[in-house]
Design a protein around this ligand. Sequence first.
Ligand SMILES: [Zn+2]
Length: 72
Amino acid sequence: MFENQTIGVTCPKCRNQIEQTIAWLKTHDKMTCAGCGSDFIINSEKLFTGIEKAEEAVSKFRKSIRSIGKRR
Ligand SMILES: [Zn+2]
């Protein structure tokens, strides 16, 4: 469900924020900055740690909804 979410990646050179979908980021390890035109390596490790935490929070939230339903 997070595949189509966009996240902002900050250019290390000019600090320009580039919005990309998670699906795109998972298949690329480099991106070109629209601001200064330089290529840079995406720090995917750092990026996806944040995504995993978000997914974890969502799954916990879903579980709590399910357990509410079971009580009926
Ligand atoms: Zn840039």
